[in-house]
Design a protein around this ligand. Structure first.
Ligand code: ADP
Ligand code: LRH
Length: 478
């Protein structure tokens, strides 16, 4: 039977990669063509993405990938580039961890109260939602000169094809989409003075997104025509599409720079209790809702490792495994940990403030981070089930964090549920599968998941240890 090759461009906050997926009716194989660091730059104006270096990585990756039948692009959410009337990029895209949105939410809520905003958009409060970024930029010269706003994957797609579009799953992270109509929230935008004409027309996973331009073909050595196919361009939407669940009663945790923990639902949960618990309703593939909470994730560890001069991760995790469990925990959902810098000290301060032993060695700090993440996973999985009235009996972990066996075991222990870990490159696999489906190689979402469960190496962790210890640790943070 036919096997086709798809290039998945997947840009995470810590690294970008171009993966090649070979998919057939009963086969799925993923190989890495090229991986490159994603290093934000602190300029005098603030924290910026080095989007040209990312684009160079994409071109190198497509060259290394060789001839493919189609290309799909996904990346982290919320951020964007602005283009002038000539289609030229205006400045470097602002990083969602930049401080420009500090204090902006209060201004927004004075016009559209937080409860109304939640009812209209279903999005959790996060200072970096595109809506707050645009309000923060309202009087900037750059925005005044902008004709077009392209979310990061749409910007790269534009550079590759010359065509504009706004992909829906990622658009749902702007806080300008109504999860009920799956169209723009015209009223919210108008009241906040956000010009929706900046956005290119919406497109959905599976829609054609143009062909690689002649210059791109020359640069990459590919032979045209090579189509770009719209995928779930939000990395978390693509990762969810690659959760290898075999039933309906599952929770998922996408672990990488962030931990995104929650459920796949048919309809948004817009209750006041859900808003108070800060759960978000982002849009997934095929009219699904990604009901989840953002947890700081392995960002906490990445920042410590950077501060410690990049010691070996394996050794650090072995040291952490030897540290007394649940000695001290921090609230891994706290946006106090959002900004970069001084992470070991900030974690120590949080432990001191809550009257717990202060972790000193890198092994102790690492253990504190992993225990805290597992505890936040437990809370999110439990609260999502009760807020959405959707019980689960298994937790799927996907993303880079599946390579961290200690984190997976602690998550199983904390949740009191079996954990199935894998695939690690879930976003790239979801990206490949949507391309394969568009070109007729796989069927619906359930058959995509069955294919994953059959072909991808997965590791199962049974819950162990003392459930009371997790309850007690949770109480310490209350
Ligand atoms: P993102 O897409 O957000 O950049 P990834 O999904 O690539 O993130 O996950 C990156 C994280 O995965 C790293 O920060 C690290 O904590 C973890 N990780 C990657 N490789 C390993 C490994 N070999 N052992 C343990 N953890 C790993
Ligand atoms: C993960 C992610 C997450 C968003 C964050 C900004 O990469 O896309 O879903 O909340 O980045």
């Amino acid at each position: 039977t036919a096997v086709k090759s798809y290039a998945a461009v997947d840009l995470g906050a810590s690294s970008g990669r171009v993966m090649v997926g070979r998919a057939g009716r009963d086969s799925l194989e993923l190989v890495e063509a090229h991986r490159f660091p994603n290093r934000p730059v602190r300029t005098p104006e603030g924290l910026r993405w080095d989007v040209l270096s990312l684009y160079a990585g994409v071109l190198d990756g497509l060259k290394a990938a060789g001839q493919v039948d189609s290309v799909g692009i996904d990346s982290w959410a919320v951020d964007y580039g602005l283009l002038d009337a000539d289609g030229a990029l205006l400045g470097n895209p602002v990083h969602y961890r930049d401080t420009r949105t500090e204090g902006v939410a209060e201004k927004v809520w004075a016009t559209v109260p937080a409860a109304e905003l939640y009812a209209a958009t279903g999005l959790q409060y996060a200072p970096f939602n595109t809506l707050y970024q645009l309000v923060a930029a309202r009087s900037s010269a750059q925005l005044a000169h902008a004709e077009r706003l392209l979310l990061i994957p749409d910007l790269l797609s534009y550079w590759l094809t010359g065509e504009f579009g706004t992909e829906l799953t990622n658009a749902s992270t702007t806080q300008l989409i109504d999860p009920g109509t799956r169209d723009w929230s015209y009223d919210v935008a108008q009241r906040l003075g956000i010009d929706l004409k900046l956005f290119a027309p919406l497109r959905r996973p599976g829609d054609p997104a143009g062909l690689l331009q002649q210059r791109v073909l020359e640069e990459t050595g590919l032979t045209g025509p090579v189509p770009v196919t719209t995928v779930g361009s939000h990395d978390t939407a693509s990762a969810m599409a690659a959760v290898p669940a075999t039933g309906e009663r599952f929770a998922y945790i996408c672990t990488g720079t962030w931990s995104l923990a929650g459920l796949e639902l048919d309809a948004p949960v817009l209750t006041e209790a859900s808003r108070a618990a800060n759960f978000t309703n982002e849009l997934g593939l095929d009219d699904t809702v990604r009901y989840l909470r953002n947890i700081m994730g392995l960002w906490l560890l990445q920042e410590c490792v950077r501060e410690w001069g990049n010691p070996d991760l394996g050794e650090l995790l072995r040291a952490a495994a030897g540290v007394l469990a649940l000695r001290s925990v921090v609230d891994a959902g706290d946006s106090a940990f959002l900004a970069p810098g001084r992470m070991p000290e900030r974690i120590a301060e949080a432990c001191r403030k809550s009257g717990q032993p202060v972790p000193e060695t890198p092994g102790e700090v690492t253990r504190c981070i992993l225990d805290s993440l597992a505890l936040a996973h437990r809370r999110a999985v439990a609260e999502a089930q009760s807020l959405a009235d959707h019980p689960v009996d298994v937790v799927h972990i996907v993303g880079g964090g599946t390579r961290n066996a200690l984190l997976c075991q602690l998550t199983a222990d904390a949740c009191g549920l079996p954990v199935v870990a894998g695939p690690a490159e879930a976003a790239a696999l979801g990206n490949v599968l949507v391309q394969a489906r568009t070109h007729g190689l796989v069927g619906d979402r359930a058959s995509m998941r069955r294919l994953l469960a059959r072909t991808q190496p997965l590791v199962r962790y049974e819950p162990q240890g003392d459930a009371a210890a997790w309850r007690a640790a949770e109480a310490r943070l209350a």
